[in-house]
Design a protein around this ligand. Structure first.
Ligand code: PMP
Length: 398
């Protein structure tokens, strides 16, 4: 796997354990984006010339292949390109709020800010936010969700907004059960899939909105997908503009009847044109990618105590967060950095959860399909050493 990622040849000294923030780039993506910018740059949808037509074909092919990869019928009606998960989750909230005048949104407390803020900061007092707690293992508590839904009258519009995997806990939420609950109460469902889509094959059918960012899937920055149920094509675009219409007069408009309705203006086409080869690679390697994630996850779960840390929870996939007993998260991050080990620390854009489960900040180690067992073990050993050094320092100063 590692040979597919030029980063590791260019920076052999680096141990990159920050893939949950962004993954390293597949070689085809870097090559295809460069080719686009230097050889094939042209705009889609708007030209009759052969260069523009080539871009149109790549754009269509990207959606077809994503459809094949994720089992989505009629991808042209369901896949919206955008700038990333944050835009997708904001657009989903905007579409829902423009379609339904009031309601309640049930948001997982383990959510990233991008799933929380579009609702808490919408300024629309007719939408209420109710947070769903986690069960004792750290996953969305289905009983809490059901109980809180039960408190609301039948007639109230409901939205369930959760992630598939939290970027703090690395635990896989039970999407099938959440889908069933949403169907039972006719709730609109929003899934933040950004931490799972590069790791596991998931069944995303039956949800209203599913969002992810390509930069976490070995792909380009500044490109995301929002998967929509076709019923949302009946509503007006969030940002009207070029590409969203079939005809316009001075006082009327006919919107397109496919997902381009939500893709106004010029898209990130150098990124989109790199998707066909990326998605083919993902389909080809899906089984290996999944098996690799499972094996690294097991190593981390088995060995984490060797590093003398209490993990916030054991993990299911992709990442683990730790709370230092001695020293600050910045101490560990800087000391690891001095050894070229790149991890992340802080509030991880999930403050409501971080406030519940920690003193205020955590260390996060996260991996991708290119991460080796040796790298993870080395990082854990180093964490243990730093911990021991800091403990000695503290003892000396007491
Ligand atoms: N949700 C989760 C769970 C994430 O981990 C992230 C990225 N940290 C986002 C949403 C936001 O993704 P982006 O910055 O690509 O929009």
């Amino acid at each position: 796997m590692r040979d597919y990622f030029p980063f590791f040849k260019r920076r052999p000294e680096v141990i990159y354990l920050d893939s949950a923030a962004t993954s390293q780039t597949l070689y085809t993506v870097a090559d295809d984006m460069r080719d686009f910018m230097l050889t094939n740059k042209s705009n889609a949808h708007r030209s009759g010339n052969s260069m523009g037509t080539w871009v149109d074909k790549q754009y269509q092919l990207s959606k077809e292949l994503i459809g094949k990869w994720l089992n989505i019928n009629k991808p042209e009606k369901r896949i919206v390109f955008n700038s990333g998960t944050t835009q997708g989750l904001n657009d989903a909230a905007s579409m829902i709020m423009s379609a339904m005048s009031s309601g309640v949104v049930f948001v997982g407390i383990d959510s990233h800010h991008s799933l929380i803020l579009p609702w808490t900061q919408s300024g629309n007092a007719k939408w209420r936010v109710v947070f769903i707690n986690l069960d004792k293992d750290g996953r969305i508590d289905l009983d809490d969700l059901k109980a809180k839904i039960k408190l609301e009258p039948m007639a109230v519009s409901k939205v369930i907004a959760v992630n598939a995997v939290s970027n703090v806990l690395g635990l896989v939420n039970d999407l099938d059960a959440i889908k069933k609950i949403a169907l039972d109460v006719a709730a609109v469902s929003i899934i933040d899939a950004s931490q799972i889509i590069s790791k596991r094959k998931i069944d995303i059918s039956g949800f209203d909105f599913v969002a992810w960012s390509w930069h976490k899937v070995y792909g380009p920055m500044g490109l995301g997908c929002l998967l929509i149920d076709p019923v949302w094509l009946n509503f007006n675009p969030v940002r009207p503009g070029g590409g969203t219409v079939t005809s316009v007069s001075t006082d009327s408009v006919t919107w397109t009847d496919n997902a381009t309705k939500f893709e106004s203006g010029t898209q990130n086409l150098s990124a989109i044109c790199s998707l066909p080869r990326l998605v083919e690679w993902l389909m080809k390697h899906q089984t290996d990618i999944e098996a690799h994630d499972i094996s690294i996850t097991k190593i981390v779960n088995d060995q984490i105590s060797l590093a003398q840390f209490t993990p916030i929870s054991k993990t299911d996939s992709g990442l683990i967060c730790l709370e230092p007993v001695i020293g600050t998260v910045e101490d560990y991050t800087m000391m690891l950095d001095a050894k070229n080990i790149m991890i992340r620390s802080g509030k991880l854009c999930a403050e409501p959860l971080i406030k519940q489960i920690s003193q205020g900040a955590l260390l996060r180690l996260s991996w991708g399909c290119y991460t080796t067992k040796q790298e993870v073990e080395l990082a854990l050993d180093n964490l243990g050493e730093i911990n021991a050094r800091l403990s000695r320092l503290v003892q000396r100063t007491v």
